[in-house]
Design a protein around this ligand. Structure first.
Ligand code: ATP
Length: 647
């Protein structure tokens, strides 16, 4: 299995290639952004801080204005309270070290003491307000970001969903919503730390100009170490995200009900487990590498901080001994240095965390942009309500990516409306691809698909989808009730019992529904308590009922009878004929050529090309590919059925 190279990128071994059919690739456009991060230094981070805070505030504002305002006000107030506190401490020390009796000095310090008490009270109240508002804000921010993520992801073209690169972005971007949530409290703490740091720095500068640079020197090492560690973590995350996904996939395959029988009968369990362990171990090695580097970086930083602290206190001592600083001032300086370095530490840590989270939010924002580019276009030419025919003209289509030959080449055919049109051909001849193009799921590379005289390429996609109902080969078995499994065919339509009953009858699925323990309210899905599992054939009927419920102008059925027994198959074709009789166009893909005999028109595809078109009788008479396939199937039934024995 893959071993971590020094650079932290996973290598791919032969067994991974075997499992995933190719090396895991990281050549997606968006990895450029990760490289951009690698060039970031502390200065760039500080420069980006205002925009980070602003984007965090914008997200918060979008989610809950009241809470956003409260957090900002409370944290600013708390920062200011610390500043006032420091000034009051300075006054107290100055009064205590001043000339006069103890009583006079205490009386002098009293107002400042009262101020500190009041400020502490206000600060405590502000903290409570901030805690409440942040707690209320965070889940809302996460929800808003997640909703946007899901909404954009659901609106992209099918080709984007099938694209490895886009999938990687979807994978990394999903962490963005949680990061956006965390950015809220980091931003609040940054605002707070910034203000109290400015207060401490101001006090130190007034006390002695040499103290401020020393404070900075003390805190720089931890800034450097946190930034270095975060940068390594982020680069590693990007390089390893695909590996983690593959590991997760293997893990989930092991517990997936669909895979369970084969895992047990073919003994796939130990095989998958071995790969899971091996992949996890590689990922663990990467984690260990990061931890080792983090420990080393932390040690260097600690040594540097220690030396800087010694230098700071030595300077303070020198100033005291040399008479350049009064004892009361030195006392304030010590407190200001402690407060200042604590604020600077917090600031560095929080800015760093903010920055790290912002990178993930950045991935999410890149997804938003990429998804918008690859979104199904809105608007377009209106499609005829009741077109006479759909014409496929010289259509060529190659799947993006690694396809070596076009799935469809120069295909020209017609789909007259209100008829049953069958697509026939051997496996891989391009039938499913053709119906996906008809449904607008892919666009042709060359050629056009005309709905009467409107080119589907420029047509309103929602209108196109509106007119199509589809039972795909691998149609979705939704883990919902039987009722929802049908009504989901047209979620926008009001759900009525009458429409459901008609669809069930049109699909001949009455028996399936009657056998369900709780009728239409039965939950279909083994993984849930009370869930009921249907057989493949029963599911197929429900799939057809769903398409019937949709009432699209064009019904596309891809292998509708693959899982049906002989009697059910006849019945389903009867039903499909009835749907066409009622005016619906049916585009039927099937290998059962006996059933194709009832089609009005048959198109035969071979290796992506249209080789024959005509009525079933015409094609049989011509003696071409269709006739040959038909003959092959007919021969299988030619053997005589032995007569039952007498007596
Ligand atoms: N999503 C995809 N990405 C890349 N290539 C694909 C994809 N789907 C199908 N292909 C390829 O396109 C060609 C045509 O496939 P298609 O599914 O259209 O054939 P088909 O005639 O429907 O086959 P079958 O009878 O087995 O269902 C095949 O070579 C197949 O490997």
């Amino acid at each position: 299995m893959g071993k971590a190279r020094d650079g932290g990128e996973p290598e791919t071994s032969e067994s991974e290639l075997l499992l995933f059919g190719g090396p895991l690739r990281y050549d997606m456009g968006w990895s450029q952004h990760a490289n951009a991060f690698l060039e970031l230094n502390f200065r760039a981070m500080v420069r980006r801080l205002p925009s980070l805070l602003a984007s965090s505030f914008r997200l918060a504002w979008q989610a809950d204005r009241w809470a956003a305002r409260t957090v900002l006000a409370a944290e600013t107030g708390r920062g200011l309270a610390q500043a006032v506190n420091l000034l009051a401490v300075n006054t107290i020390l100055a009064r205590l070290f001043a000339d006069g009796t103890v009583e006079e000095r205490l009386r002098g310090a009293a107002p400042a003491l009262v101020t500190i008490a009041a400020v502490m009270l206000v600060s405590t109240l502000l903290r409570a307000a901030s805690t409440y508002a942040t707690g209320r804000l965070e889940p809302k921010v996460e929800r808003v970001a997640t909703e946007l993520y899901l909404e954009r992801a659901a609106a992209v073209e099918l080709s984007a969903i099938e694209d490895d690169g886009f999938h990687k972005l979807l994978d990394t971007a999903k962490y963005g919503a949680q990061s956006a949530r965390r950015m809220i409290s980091y931003s609040a703490r940054v605002v707070n730390a910034l203000i109290s740091l400015v207060a401490a720095a101001g006090v130190l500068t007034v006390l002695h100009p040499a103290l401020l640079p020393l404070l900075v020197t003390m805190t720089l090492p931890s800034a450097w170490s946190s930034l270095t560690i975060a940068r390594r973590r982020y680069t590693s995350f990007h390089a390893w995200v695909q590996h983690a996904r593959a590991g997760y996939l293997i893990g989930s395959l092991l517990i997936e009900p669909e895979a369970a029988p084969e895992i047990r009968v073919h003994g796939v369990g130990p095989f998958l487990l071995r790969h899971f362990r091996s992949m996890s171990e590689t990922a663990e090695a990467e984690q260990a590498r990061l931890a080792r580097l983090a420990a080393r970086t932390g040690l260097y930083a600690a040594v540097w901080t220690g030396l800087a602290t010694v230098a700071t206190y030595a300077t303070l001592g020198g100033l005291l001994l040399g008479g350049a600083m009064a004892l009361s001032v030195a006392g304030t300086a010590v407190i200001a240095i402690r407060t200042g370095s604590a604020s600077l530490d917090t600031l560095v840590l929080e800015v760093n965390s903010l920055h790290e989270e912002a990178l993930f939010v950045g991935d999410m924002q890149r997804l938003y942009v990429e998804a918008a580019k690859r979104a199904i276009p809105e608007g377009g030419d209106p499609l005829p309500e009741d077109p006479r025919e759909i014409r496929v003209e010289n259509v060529t289509f190659t799947y993006p990516g690694k396809a070596t030959r076009p799935a469809l080449s120069e295909v020209t055919l017609t789909v007259p409306l209100g008829k049953i049109v069958a697509l026939v051909g051997e496996n891989g001849s391009g039938k499913t691809t053709l119906v996906k193009l008809l449904a607008g799921l892919y666009a042709p590379d060359r050629g056009r698909i005309m709905w009467d005289d409107v080119d589907a390429a420029g047509a309103d996609r929602s209108q196109l989808a509106e007119r199509i109902a589809m039972v795909a080969q691998d149609f979705k078995r939704w883990p919902f009730t039987a009722r929802v499994n049908m009504a989901i065919g047209r979620p926008s339509a009001p759900l009525t019992e009458e429409r459901l009953a008609t669809s069930v009858a049109e699909a001949g699925a009455q028996d399936v529904v009657e056998d369900l323990p709780r009728g239409l309210d039965t939950l279909l899905g083994r993984g849930f308590s009370g869930g009921h599992e249907l057989s493949g054939g029963q599911w197929q009927r429900l799939g057809i009922a769903r398409a019937a419920y949709r009432r699209g102008r064009v019904l596309i059925v891809d292998e509708p009878t693959a899982a049906l027994d002989a009697r059910a198959e006849l019945e389903v074709f009867e039903k499909i004929r009835a749907l066409a009789g009622a005016g619906q166009t049916v585009v039927l893909i099937t290998h059962r050529l006996a059933s194709v005999r009832h089609a009005d028109l048959v198109h035969v595809l071979d290796q992506g090309r249209l080789v024959e078109s005509g009525t079933p009788d015409e094609l049989l008479a011509t003696g071409g590919v269709y006739a040959e396939l038909y003959q092959l199937q007919a021969e299988q039934f030619a053997a005589k059925v032995p007569a039952p024995k007498a007596g």
